[in-house]
Write a protein that binds this ligand. Structure first.
Ligand SMILES: Cc1ncc(COP(=O)(O)O)c(C=O)c1O
Length: 394
């Protein structure tokens, strides 16, 4: 399979996944070839592989202000979430699992499969956590979890406050920080978070690798047992190249945060929104604009089904999402937007555009023009009473 396209691709779907950074690829390459050894082997090759893993652990720990022995490598965000929630479910503490109504399905589906009841805390119309409900929910909870950042809207939760309130009531707190890492400063230092899940492919690292932060002393029993790798917390021969890639991606993210690269990304996002708002009617920008990721634009486009919009945009080489990638292809409105009180029609007419440092202002503006044209086209077809239809562009 090759990826030649008719038009230059404008990849604006960074919350689904990010392109591998060139320097991450370069760092990984030797570990796919000459550095193939098993890091548990005692010969020189094995020792070098072990040292490479430990360097990556230090890079990940540094980015989030953790200690190295608090980082456990996993296969990604989903595994980290399952490992912690299932582990805590096995604790004999009575009570619910409290989480939020807008979590990723990795949390919601894992939560629904636990042996205890899952209680959902709501959000307001801007997607911000309802702390009154959170406090009440904690009373009946054995442990709790809240995401750092919502993958659809980009809204940043005050997860530090959620963690503190959980600890005040003696409850363990887990944070799904998959969408926060690398996009905004993220530190576990001086917080009450007990465990946090991270995933490399969301910040220009490879897919299939992630990390769990487990605060020293946090109760945890492993999901995967076997050879005792990762200090017994996660057995299985380590994918050295992928772990090295995650470390390199963390180092890159740290540098980019110091150099204020997210501000430049926000400038592209803002220019995109301004152009779309000026170019067509019936557009609303969703989410808490004072507390959202610099890279994410979540728009509702009145009278315009996102499913059709995505097809037209894809034809022009613009890759983005309706709601979230996991929702694409499904006709149900997103649970996140429903929790924010959106009608089904509004939820089905929303577009998520998410940027990264590899985008340019030129392609951003080009993409905005394509969005305007696609919206107008779709509305004219729908207005003519031809619907529901599959739109084929010329
Ligand atoms: C908020 C959030 N949590 C968890 C995940 C799952 O992470 P992974 O793809 O590494 O399994 C995702 C991925 O989309 C996500 O956005």
């Amino acid at each position: 399979m090759h990826f030649a396209t008719r038009v230059a691709a404008m990849y604006l779907d960074a919350n689904a996944t990010t392109p591998l950074a060139e320097e991450v690829w370069a760092a990984m390459l030797p570990w796919w070839r000459e550095g193939f050894h098993n890091p548990s082997s005692t010969h020189t090759g094995g020792k070098k592989a072990r040292a490479a893993i430990e360097e990556a652990r230090a890079q990940v720990a540094e980015l989030i202000g953790a200690r190295e022995d608090e980082i456990v490598f996993t296969s990604g965000g989903t595994e980290g979430i399952n490992a912690v929630l299932q582990s805590w479910d096995r604790m004999d503490q009575e009570g619910n699992f409290l989480t939020t109504a807008v979590e990723h399905s990795a949390v919601l589906r894992t939560g629904a499969a636990l042996s205890r009841t899952m209680a959902l805390c709501g959000v307001d119309a801007l997607g911000a956590l309802d702390f009154e409900q959170w406090r009440e929910g904690l009373a009946g909870a054995a442990f709790a979890s809240a995401m750092a950042v919502n993958n659809e809207t980009g809204v940043i939760f005050d997860w530090q406050r959620a963690a503190l309130l959980a600890h005040e009531q003696g409850k363990a707190f887990f944070c799904d920080a998959v969408q926060a890492m690398g996009k905004i400063p993220l530190s576990v230092a001086d917080t009450a978070v007990d465990a946090m899940a991270l995933s490399a492919h969301k910040f220009h690292g490879p897919k299939g690798v992630g990390a769990l932060y487990l605060r020293r002393g946090t109760s945890f029993s492993p999901l995967l047992r076997g050879g005792g790798q990762e200090r017994g917390m996660r057995s299985g021969t380590e994918p050295v190249a992928a772990i090295v890639g995650m470390g390199a991606a963390a180092a890159l993210a740290k540098r980019q945060l110091e150099q204020k690269v997210p501000d430049a990304i926000a400038a592209m996002r803002d220019a995109f929104e301004q152009l779309v708002l000026a170019g067509t009617s019936g557009v609303s920008v969703n989410g808490d604009l004072r507390s959202r990721l610099p890279n994410t634009s979540h728009l509702s486009l009145a009278d315009c089904e996102a499913a059709g919009l995505l097809i037209l945009l894809d034809e022009k080489g613009v890759a983005c999402s309706a709601g979230s990638a996991c929702m694409a292809g499904k006709q149900q409105p997103s649970h996140v937007q429903k929790a924010m009180g959106f009608s089904d029609a509004r939820a089905k007419s929303s577009l998520r555009v998410s940027f990264c440092y590899q985008n340019t202002m030129e392609e951003t503006l080009q993409a905005a023009r394509h969005v305007i044209a696609a919206v107008e086209k779709l509305r004219s077809v729908q207005g003519a009473g031809v619907g529901p239809v599959v739109i084929y562009s010329s």
